[in-house]
Design a binder for this molecule. Structure first.
Ligand code: AMP
Length: 461
């Protein structure tokens, strides 16, 4: 008999309602990592899996934890630890999609940077699934507002990044509060030594699974251009003009460089925003909203500032400065070429940086060519963004919903619905993307009309 590979979800014993839900989400076939991990993980066994964001890893650990959940029991049964708030939010969103067909399952997000009071309130009402960052979860344990005594599944998501961020001790003290009988699923993009240590300490005879890199390579093109240090800004412009990515993150070593690079691009009619640790939370949120709403195509960031950005389907990643170590390189380029999409990772190498290319090649067990930037010799520039982000001075606290904004824009001979893009409502402000051609009209329409029976300030970002 020939062995067949399981490719659809129906052979896993998930139950008809979940299968129907997956079909309605468009999950027809399993991704590589799902096909490799789900059969084992659904048996309740520990797994250590090498998987990048975009591989379908969230569903890979969520389906097993959901399969074990008892909705009638209102205690925390599953805990997902993530390095950042952005990732935790993204994970919770995906889990909510996976339980669309079930009522009565509660998820609580516990992350820092947000007030702890409402989190305690949510926990008091009973939650089945906890998703959060180690620091804040430890705070709750200290306050005894969270009990992990009935956790049956523990997930460590992006474990390598959590360790890079210095969370080992917090993770250890959290795990000690969970029962030994739990299933532990560890996901990591890379396997440095400390991941082995973590696994050795907290997993029982884990099955080690990594998706074959061949699959990833076909999706991700890695290119290296040689330039001179003094010519780097111009070289970046040449790259952007030549490849014209729909959007891209440009990585730099330092905050100063992010400012210098974004200023240079803006001076040369390529709208770009800098994302660095100096930004206040509100400014950071606004930068990310503009990038997500496609009113700015280029984000210039440091590694630290870009950590945990949950930006899906990035068409390109550009290394303005190459990172110091090959692990960071792999992290950075992991943001492009996700879930079957084509990705492009372009790096600029200044004359003395060839040795870095060698260590990147060794790490990935392959060789890369370097092309002189002059070979591109391209004079075209990036197209300007199609959208502008407008900021309205009212948000969730004023009970504003996306429909109210859409209504205010399109009502009374207003602008066409098709000219309105993404609408994001935060606590105190709302952001709407409109096509650049109708921006002035949209501001007029919003300022003249009323939202929730009141007038609010509107400005273009
Ligand atoms: P993740 O790696 O978990 O961030 O997932 C990347 C994207 O792929 C998410 O938007 C998922 O909703 C989607 N996804 C996950 N599994 C599947 C699947 N089997 N088929 C289609 N899309 C999927």
């Amino acid at each position: 008999m020939r062995a067949t590979t399981l490719t659809n979800f129906s052979g896993l014993g998930l139950g008809d309602a979940q299968i129907d839900n997956l079909t309605s989400l468009g999950y027809e076939e399993m991704t590589t990592i799902q096909a490799m991990v789900l059969p084992t993980a659904l048996l309740g066994k520990d797994v250590i899996a090498q998987a990048k964001t975009g591989s379908g890893k969230t569903a890979t650990f969520s389906l097993p934890l959901l399969a074990k959940l008892n909705p009638r029991h209102f205690g925390a049964q599953a805990l997902v630890l993530c390095p950042t708030r952005e990732l935790a939010t993204q994970v919770a969103t995906e889990i909510r999609r996976l339980i669309r067909h079930q009522q009565n399952i509660k998820i609580v997000i516990l992350c820092g940077g947000q007030s702890i009071g409402p989190q305690i309130g949510s926990l008091e009402h009973g939650a089945h699934i906890i998703v959060g960052t180690p620091g804040r979860i430890k705070d709750h344990l200290r306050k005894k507002t969270l009990n992990l005594g009935q956790i049956s599944t523990l997930v460590l998501d992006e474990a390598d990044r959590m360790l890079d961020m210095g969370f080992f001790d917090d993770i250890e003290s959290i795990i000690k509060e969970t029962p030994k009988s739990r299933q532990t699923l560890l996901f990591s993009a890379t396997y440095p030594e400390h991941i082995e240590t973590l696994s050795g300490r907290f997993q029982k005879d884990p099955e080690k699974i990594s998706a074959p890199s061949l699959h990833e390579e076909t999706q991700l093109q890695q290119l290296f251009y040689l330039t001179k240090r003094s010519r780097k800004l111009n070289s970046l412009q040449t790259l952007l003009g030549h490849y014209q990515p729909e959007s891209a993150i440009v990585f730099c070593h330092t905050k100063d460089t992010t400012r210098e690079v974004s200023a240079h691009l803006n001076r040369n009619d390529i709208p770009a925003l800098a994302l660095n640790g100096d930004l206040e939370q509100r400014d950071r949120d606004q930068v990310l909203i503009q990038f997500r709403q496609q009113s700015c195509r280029i984000l210039v960031a440091t590694d630290v500032a870009a950590r945990g950005l949950d930006i899906n389907d990035l068409p390109a990643v550009i290394n303005y400065d190459l990172p110091k170590d090959p692990e960071s390189y792999v992290h950075r380029i992991g943001r492009t070429g996700r879930a079957g999409k084509q990705g492009l990772a372009i790096s600029l190498l200044a004359d003395r940086e060839r040795h870095k290319l060698e260590s990147i090649g060794n790490f990935q067990d392959r060789e890369y060519d370097v092309t002189p930037i002059e070979s591109l010799n391209n004079k075209s520039t990036m197209p300007t963004p199609d959208y502008v982000t407008l900021c309205i001075s009212a948000g969730r606290k004023e009970k504003v919903r996306p429909g109210d904004i859409l209504g205010a824009l399109t009502g009374d001979a207003g602008i066409k619905g098709s000219a309105v893009g993404n609408i994001t409502v935060s606590d105190y402000a709302a952001y709407v993307a409109v096509e650049t051609t109708v921006a002035t009209e949209a501001i007029k329409q919003l300022a003249a009309g009323k939202i929730k029976g009141r007038k609010f300030k509107v400005r273009g970002l």
